[in-house]
Write a protein that binds this ligand. Sequence first.
Ligand SMILES: NC(=O)c1ccc[n+]([C@@H]2O[C@H](COP(=O)([O-])OP(=O)(O)OC[C@H]3O[C@@H](n4cnc5c(N)ncnc54)[C@H](O)[C@@H]3O)[C@@H](O)[C@H]2O)c1
Length: 345
Amino acid sequence: MRALGVAIVGAGYWGPNLARNFGGSADWDLRWVCDLDLDRASGIAARNPGTRVTASLDDVLDDDAVDAVAIATPPSTHGGIGLAAIDAGKHVLVEKPLAASVAEGEKLVRAAGRQDLVLMCDHTYCYTPAVQKIRELTNSGELGDIHYVDSVRINLGLVQHDVDVMWDLAPHDISILDFVLPEGVEPVSVAAHGADPIGAGVACVAYLTMPLSNGGIAHVHVNWLSPNKQRATIIGGSRRMLVWNDLDPAQRISMFDKGIELDDAAAGETRRQRLISYRVGDMIAPALPEYEALGAMVTELAGAIREKRASRTDGEAGLRVLRLLEAASASMAGGGILMPISRLA
Ligand SMILES: NC(=O)c1ccc[n+]([C@@H]2O[C@H](COP(=O)([O-])OP(=O)(O)OC[C@H]3O[C@@H](n4cnc5c(N)ncnc54)[C@H](O)[C@@H]3O)[C@@H](O)[C@H]2O)c1
């Protein structure tokens, strides 16, 4: 099978990771690296013999051997570069978030649909062994009904210029939530609070609270101002509870047979008497395969193009994340009021 041609646009912090994975994949021929800063582009290309560099998007789009364009530029540029690539007949991979607004994201989804092109958003975590496993556990019923999801993504982070901490980091948590919640369970609204205590011009600390359609609740804490790095999610289910600590490679996922049950049979007695029985059973740490998420992501992109199908993290998935982010921004601007999340296309 012929390798597909790909060009990476954006060779800053994240572009080199894409280049390493496209460059190392038998599915792909990394033809171009494009960046306004040619030194950055050259730095990547030097590691991939045969890869050309340019500062001009037109060079990339004029090359008939380029099947797909992978966009790793700042979010405010995703819409423009993505539309130009789709107009030129290229499949498109866009880094998270899909675009800077729902309206821009919808334009991308519509344009790709009209031209029968694959539009995929790099929701990287959806390709990690840990998140795959969590999806299996939530969707098989192993955890029971989902009561809550609590996600923390904090560190002393790079303060961005064109997005706040919520648009920078929470796309990870929201895309994970979108991927792992069982069919029919989804956030219905969001209340978001944020602060910019250092005067950066954008919120550097944010808290999102999302009531779920099954009566449960999800919470996301993102923070660029934390002294230490934490990447942890707790999922409380009626049968099992799960802790995912992404910074513990020896035991990323721990699943606890723990729970609290109300004794209905004792109804009628005083509340204190009938309240609670505790279940404290074993903890297991599921074995996870070891592979790099971005490797699986570039393989999925090639598969979606060859098989003419939607990818696991397609434009619609990117749009669902944008709808939540936009509602969260509106909530934050309104002092934390609860905003419904629009599901309409
Ligand atoms: N999937 C992940 O886990 C992950 C992690 C980090 C960043 N990202 C995403 O990757 C994207 C890039 O983030 P970053 O941290 O690498 O940013 P960055 O600022 O480090 O790099 C962006 C690069 O794009 C170049 N650029 C800007 N406009 C351009 C244009 N019009 N044409 C060509 N080049 C252009 C800049 O010169 C720069 O080199 C963002 O969307 C970010 O959210 C994803």
